[in-house]
Design a binder for this molecule. Structure first.
Ligand code: 4NP
Length: 166
């Protein structure tokens, strides 16, 4: 990949205040640790617009901080131009993926949509990242555990398939 071309990934959940901003932060740190900061552009968005402009949910920020993630994203809604602007769009669960594929207007745009659960390896009982919004503390820790596993596998695959190097 040419050094001035960034591979762009949009993480999507329902509200853009719990799972997808956490995914963005987890992936950003992995990208930075591998010295690939200049090769990637990461963002996140929500299917719904209830929390536009808000910081991530306080509970998500509180659980992310001890792991070294500062969540500073401001929530936004998925928009039509995202399907042109991003190389890959990653939904957290099957409902997110269904909604995203429905919003896509061409087969090429539909093919950009993948599910985060397909990259989970260490938690065989999970094939999606569950919504923690109505859950307790364990739900937020689980989201971070699943994201640390799946982001690593997703990043490896992106790097390999696109010949990305420092
Ligand atoms: P998220 O969690 O999709 O992981 O950001 C949710 C946040 C807010 C709502 C639902 C899920 N809500 O209904 O407001």
């Amino acid at each position: 990949m040419a050094s001035n071309v960034k591979y762009s990934v949009l993480f999507v959940c329902l509200g853009n205040i719990c799972r997808s901003p956490a995914a963005q932060a987890v992936m950003q740190r992995m990208v930075d640790e591998r010295g690939l900061t200049e090769c990637f552009f990461l963002d996140s968005a929500g299917i719904g617009g209830w929390h536009i402009g808000d910081l991530p949910d306080k509970r998500m920020r509180v659980h992310a901080r001890p792991r070294g993630y500062e969540l500073t994203h401001r929530a936004r809604k998925v928009q039509g131009s995202d399907f042109e602007d991003f190389d890959l769009i990653v939904g957290m669960d099957a409902a997110n993926v269904d909604d995203l594929r429905y919003m896509a207007t061409t087969p090429e745009q539909q093919n950009k949509v993948v599910m985060m659960g397909d990259y989970i390896r260490q938690f065989p009982h999970y094939d999606y990242v569950p919504d923690p919004y109505y859950e307790g503390s364990e739900g937020f820790e689980l989201v971070l555990d699943l994201l640390e596993d799946s982001c690593d596998n997703l990043l490896n695959q992106i790097i390999k398939q696109n010949n990305i190097s420092k």
